[in-house]
Write a protein that binds this ligand. Structure first.
Ligand SMILES: Nc1nc2c(ncn2[C@@H]2O[C@H](COP(=O)(O)OP(=O)(O)OP(=O)(O)O)[C@@H](O)[C@H]2O)c(=O)[nH]1
Ligand SMILES: [Mg+2]
Length: 437
């Protein structure tokens, strides 16, 4: 470049962006870009400099870098015009690209809102390919392959490692989704309730798993009690550092109520406990608890591990995830809804979730003596409720066991879903856990 400057040659042209001289350069009349022997030369730094150049730099740069005496006046004007054209082209290009991006985002949102429509599976499938890490990946879809498909969920106390385990399962058996992305669960509106859930898929040699991971206790409970999420089995995650906690119990109870007959247990965070005796003790406590809730505590698989280490590639811990999936393959079964024959009944043991006003439910609590209409989709009947001892009032957002006495018999069996209605609105959703009369 220095040589060119010094030889004071009439053939010298100048790069419109940098003001640096270019030897033997012509300009493409269509693009305004400099052409050398048929090859288009990108002016140096054209992309990076686009923003600052817009206002005033072409002239300033040329005057600043290049001496007046070297620049033929006619050329100078041409360069300015070309530089302005190039800048305008870049700005227009950026604007067009920006517009396309916005459109893409709108499409994703539409798909997110379409979660109840399983016919969209082709669309969402394509999105998985193109939008890795986007929350539209997390939307429920129907499995159409040949393997047995089991609906499962990670359940368990807050912070016990449900999402980390879910991520490890996708990493080893599906399309990897990070914990952060899984935690950004999209909102789902179904069966009258609103909850957040992430939907993931992975498969072993024998089974395909359609897996839900929910961000909070309330999301787990209301999606299950409303029948929006129907599980074949569950992975109960219990941190070895805490052992079973309050929500561990709640989830076992709800799983039982919605007719899940088999679960597997993943004892997480075992990397934080060195003491084998302590680990044995936690496992015993877990087995006792699942027995207490009516599952087979003696034979239920309990796998110890660290999903965090598995995600980091630790060989032993990867092996423990494989062990877990192996156990899921062997132990979990399709929930065939065979919880007895439907009978005409007037008194039911139920567990309900009471909708909030945001979900279109009541704005105020109800009390013992509340008289809703019970609807099971095909029949409706007035009823009264009896609250558990010591409970006076039920708030919107609560979930609670109670007894429902129907004015006239309706046909129900254990595990059936129903709604409480009041003046046309749904006030609660729930599931029958016992037929009393
Ligand atoms: N040391 C260790 N930490 C873990 C393990 N699994 C999860 N964690 C950490 O525990 C914290 C909670 O993990 P999550 O997977 O988000 O737990 P979660 O049950 O999904 O939590 P919520 O969705 O908030 O209820 C995070 O900081 C994880 O990195 C593990 O196996 N070992
Ligand atoms: Mg989580």
């Amino acid at each position: 470049m220095d040589n060119n400057l010094n030889n004071n040659n009439n053939n010298i042209n100048f790069d419109p962006m940098t003001g640096q001289p270019i030897n033997n350069v012509n300009f493409d009349p269509m693009t305004g870009l400099p052409v050398n022997n048929g090859n288009i030369q990108q002016p140096t730094g054209i992309v990076n400099q686009q923003e600052p150049v817009v206002q005033n730099t072409p002239v300033q740069q040329m005057n600043g870098v290049v001496q007046e005496s070297v620049v033929p006046k006619k050329n100078n004007t041409i360069f300015i015009v070309i530089a302005v054209l190039v800048v305008v082209a870049i700005v227009v290009g950026i604007l067009l690209l920006g517009g396309k991006k916005d459109k893409a985002n709108v499409n994703n949102t539409e798909i997110n809102n379409n979660q109840t429509n399983n016919n969209e599976s082709n669309n969402t499938e394509n999105n998985i390919e193109t939008n890795v890490g986007n929350s539209s990946d997390l939307v429920e879809k129907e499995y159409t392959g040949d393997k047995q498909n089991l609906y499962v969920a990670t359940v368990g106390h807050v912070d016990h490692g449900k999402t980390t385990l879910t991520s490890a399962l996708t990493k080893l058996y599906g399309k990897y989704v990070s914990s952060d992305v899984i935690s950004s669960s999209p909102e789902v509106k179904k069966e009258g309730v609103v909850y957040n859930a992430s939907f993931l898929e992975y498969e072993s040699n024998s089974n395909h798993y359609s897996h839900y991971d929910m961000p909070s206790n309330a999301d787990i409970i209301k999606s299950l009690l409303s029948g929006s999420v129907r599980l074949d089995g569950a992975i109960l995650v219990v941190s070895a550092t805490d052992g079973p906690m309050a929500q561990t119990r709640e989830h076992l109870r709800v799983l039982k109520n919605v007719g899940v007959s088999k679960i597997v247990v993943y004892m997480s965070k075992c990397d934080m406990i060195d003491d084998q005796d302590l680990l044995n003790l936690v496992e015993m406590e877990i087995r006792d608890l699942i027995n207490e809730y009516g599952f087979d505590g003696d034979n239920t698989p309990v796998v110890r591990g660290s999903a965090l280490k598995a995600l980091e590639g630790d060989k032993n811990e990867v092996e423990n995830i494989r062990k877990l999936v192996n156990m899921m393959d062997k132990w979990l079964i399709k929930n065939n809804d065979n919880s007895g024959k439907a009978v005409a009944s007037t008194k039911l043991g139920v567990e309900v979730y009471v909708l909030t006003k945001e979900e279109g439910g009541r704005h105020t609590p109800f009390f013992a003596g509340y008289r809703p209409v019970v609807s099971n989709g095909s029949e409706k009947e007035s009823a009264s409720i009896t609250l558990p001892e010591g409970v006076e009032m039920v708030m919107p957002g609560d979930y609670i066991d109670m007894t429902v006495t129907l004015d006239k018999a309706m046909t129900f069996k254990k595990g059936d879903y129903f709604k409480f209605m009041e003046g046309g609105i749904i006030t609660a959703v729930g599931v029958v856990n016992s037929i009393i009369e």
